[in-house]
Design a protein around this ligand. Sequence first.
Ligand code: HEM
Length: 253
Amino acid sequence: MLFKTPLSSPRGPAVIDMLQSVSGIILALFMWAHMFMVSSILLGNDAMYWVTKMFEGEPIFGKGYPILVSLFALFILSLIVLHAFLAMRKFPATHRQYRTLHKHLGGIRHTDSYLWYVQVITGFALFFLASVHLYQLIMHPADIGPFASSDRVWSGRMWPLYLVLLFVVELHGGIGLYRVLVKWGWFMGKDPKVGRKRLTIAKWTLTLFFLVLGLLTLAAYMKVGYEHQDRAGERYQPAAYSHLNSASQGGNH
Ligand code: HEM
């Protein structure tokens, strides 16, 4: 049976717990895929241009449809709203609950309890930070590309938000996945103590990997944006595409 404990307990809270875990897993795995896509800028402008066109469906439809990015960003935003709504019931709500929590954290010094508190703080921050990013993508889906993204990061001064968002989302996603695996007893092996230790190492290794990749990626967008600031707004035109596309799209990116 996949979800061991909840199904035997009263249905309501179990279903909510499962929905929160499932939506969290999908969002965390999306963030890993997202970081690989966005870091294509490290392979050069043409690589990032290609990934952008792929997201717009060009390999399938012969031309790009930015609306597909809006729809997908809307789906991700809805999943975040569902996940946040389900998670909010676990936030300490009263002053007394906060006091008890701090006493608890101060008293037992249990790492997983601290991780839970990091989840509450990073989750709260994501309410605000992720919405800014997603709203822009939903409303301006065609403004993605080597120059368009770099101009937004540098001339559009989005880099401070991305810097904070990067740390917040990588911590939240990494800790979240770890807690889901421990909670449902996945990949724990025969000895839970050894299993938990192994998962902890895997969690911090992956979080560190994606933070380093994210920082290098952000630095790359800032560098391209800084060098392109006098021509901010001009769209990137890959040499290979220029003669192929101009006929079919009547414009460039
Ligand atoms: C479908 C949804 C999404 C799409 C299409 C998307 C697309 C992008 C693109 C194109 C960039 C490059 C910079 C730019 O163009 O402004 C970017 C950067 C970034 N996005 Fe997203 N994003 C999505 C969802 C999210 C979510 C849900 C989060 C976090 C909660 C997130 C966090 C970030 C971060 C931290 C960066 C900066 C990455 C770096 O340079 O290290 N994104 N995203």
